[in-house]
Design a protein around this ligand. Structure first.
Ligand SMILES: Cc1cc2nc3c(=O)[nH]c(=O)nc-3n(C[C@H](O)[C@H](O)[C@H](O)COP(=O)(O)O)c2cc1C
Ligand SMILES: CCCCCCC(=O)C(=O)O
Length: 382
C-alpha cells in the first residue's frame, strides 16, 4: 500500500502491522502486564476537553518551539526506542533522517542497531539526543558520554523507570534476518557475531547496572557538559529531586505502559509535575500521543514538547525515513489545524484555560450548576 494514502496515525498502525513480522510486532506493541497503563495513556487524553477561543487572528500560525536551547519546527520529537532494524533494514539511520527532514529531535536509544556515530553521519544536520544506559563500569559510561558529545549529540537522556530489563532473548526466533547487534553496548569488547542470542542476556546482566539510583544520575550530571534529561518521572517527589540535582528537563513518561502496570496515564500527572518543577527545568511528556489534539492538550497542561515512541516505528516499518517523516508531518498538520480551531496562533498561546477535564462537567451536573465552559478562562479584551 502506498503510504501517501495514509492520513492518520491509526492508519499507519494498521499498515505497519501488515508489513511487520509477528515477533517484531509483538515486541513493539506489547504493553506491560495487563496493559492497564498502556490503555489509559490513550483513554486519558480523551477525558480532557478543549474549550476554543474563536474569532482571534489565527490566519498565520507558528508551531515552532525551543527545547534545551534548540529551535524545532514543532513540539513533537521522537522518544528512544530499541532495535529499529526489526522494522526496516536502514534502522535508526532512517529514523534519524526522517526526524531531521522535519527539523525535529530524535533520541537515539543505547539499544540501537546502528552505532551512535553511524546515525549521526546519516543525518548530520538533525537534532540528536542520546539515551545512555547505566553501566556497572563508570569508565564505560564516561567513554560513551565522550563519544556522544563528539558525534554531535546535544543532550543525554537517562531512563528512571526501568530498574530491570525483562526482555527475554530466549524468545528471539532463529528466523530473524540477522542476529540482533547493539554496537553502542558491546562494540567495545565483543567482536561482531561473537555472541548468540542466548548469551546476550548473560552479557547484559554482567555489564548493565540494574536498579540504578539517584547517585548514578548525579554522577552523569557531573560527568558531561551536555544537558541531562530524566525520563520516566511520574511523581512530584521525583520531579523535585531531579530539580535539586540540577537536571535540565524531565520527561513525564511511563515507558508507553511497558514498565510498571497500574500507574497513571502520563497526561493525568502532568499538571502536578509542572507545578512541582516550577520552571526550574523543562517538562516534556510521552505516552499515547497519537493526534494533534493530544499534543495541544499536553502543551496546554504545561508540557514544552511531546515525544512519540511507537508511531515513529509504524512510519519506519511502512516506508523507512519517508514513513517517519509522514507520521511527523501528520501530527504537525493536525497540531497546526487544532491550534487554528482553538484560537492559538503560536505555541505560547496554548494556555491551561484551553483544557477542561471531563470531571468538571460531571461535578457541575451533580451540583446542578450551569455548565457553561471553563471558569478559568482569563479575562481579555476579546
Ligand atoms: C519498541 C519500544 C522500545 C523502547 N525502547 C526504549 C529504550 O530503549 N529506552 C527508553 O528509555 N524507552 C524505550 N521505550 C519507551 C519509549 O521511549 C516511550 O517512552 C514510549 O514508547 C512512549 O509511548 P508511545 O509508544 O505510546 O508513544 C521503548 C518503547 C517501545 C515501544
Ligand atoms: C532488545 C533489548 C531491549 C531493551 C529494552 C528496550 C526498552 O526499553 C523497551 O521498552 O523495550
Amino acid at each position: 500500500m502506498a503510504t501517501t494514502t495514509l492520513t492518520t496515525l491509526a492508519e499507519f498502525e494498521k499498515a505497519a502491522r501488515q508489513k511487520t513480522s509477528e515477533f517484531a510486532w509483538s515486541y513493539v506493541s506489547r504493553p506491560g502486564k495487563d496493559g492497564q497503563t498502556h490503555t489509559d495513556n490513550r483513554q486519558a487524553f480523551k477525558r480532557y476537553r478543549l474549550i476554543p477561543r474563536n474569532l482571534r487572528d489565527v490566519y498565520i500560525r507558528d508551531t515552532s518551539v525551543t527545547i534545551l536551547g534548540t529551535k524545532l519546527d514543532f513540539p513533537i520529537a521522537i522518544a528512544p526506542t530499541a532495535t529499529h532494524r526489526l522494522l526496516h533494514p536502514d534502522a535508526e539511520s532512517a529514523t534519524a533522517r526522517g526526524a531531521a527532514s522535519m527539523n525535529t529531535a530524535m533520541v537515539l536509544s543505547s539499544w540501537s542497531e546502528h552505532s551512535l556515530e553511524k546515525v549521526a553521519a546519516a543525518a548530520p544536520r538533525g537534532v540528536r539526543w542520546f539515551y545512555l544506559l547505566f553501566y556497572r563500569d563508570r569508565g564505560r559510561m564516561k567513554r560513551l558520554l565522550v563519544r556522544a558529545e563528539r558525534a554531535g549529540y546535544t543532550a543525554i537522556v537517562l531512563t528512571a523507570d526501568q530498574p530491570f530489563f525483562t526482555f527475554s532473548f530466549r524468545k528471539v526466533p532463529s528466523t530473524l534476518p540477522m542476529p540482533l547487534w547493539f554496537p553502542n553496548i558491546y562494540l567495545e569488547d565483543v567482536p561482531p557475531g561473537a555472541l548468540g542470542s542466548l548469551e546476550l542476556a548473560d552479557y547484559f546482566k554482567k555489564t548493565i547496572k540494574e536498579a540504578a539510583t539517584w547517585e548514578d544520575v548525579e554522577w552523569v550530571r557531573k560527568n558531561t557538559r551536555l544537558p541531562v534529561v530524566l525520563k520516566g518521572i511520574l511523581s512530584v517527589e521525583d520531579a523535585k529531586m531531579a530539580v535539586r540535582l540540577g537536571i535540565d528537563a524531565v520527561l513525564v513518561s511511563n515507558h508507553g505502559g511497558r514498565q510498571l502496570d497500574g500507574g497513571p496515564a502520563t497526561i493525568d500527572v502532568l499538571t502536578n509535575i509542572v507545578r512541582a518543577v516550577g520552571g526550574e527545568a523543562e517538562v516534556y511528556l510521552d505516552g499515547g500521543v497519537r493526534t494533534g489534539t493530544d499534543v495541544l492538550k499536553a502543551l496546554a497542561l504545561g508540557a514544552r514538547c511531546v515525544f512519540i515512541g511507537r508511531p515513529a516505528l509504524w512510519g519506519l516499518a511502512c516506508n523507512g525515513a519517508e514513513g517517519v517523516q509522514q507520521v511527523l508531518q501528520i501530527l504537525k498538520d493536525e497540531l497546526n489545524l487544532t491550534m487554528a480551531r482553538s484560537g492559538c496562533a503560536k505555541i505560547s498561546d496554548i494556555q491551561p484555560s484551553l483544557v477542561v477535564h471531563e470531571s468538571y462537567y460531571l461535578y457541575r451536573q451533580m451540583l446542578h450548576l450551569p455548565r457553561n465552559g471553563n471558569n478559568m478562562i482569563p479575562k481579555s479584551k476579546y
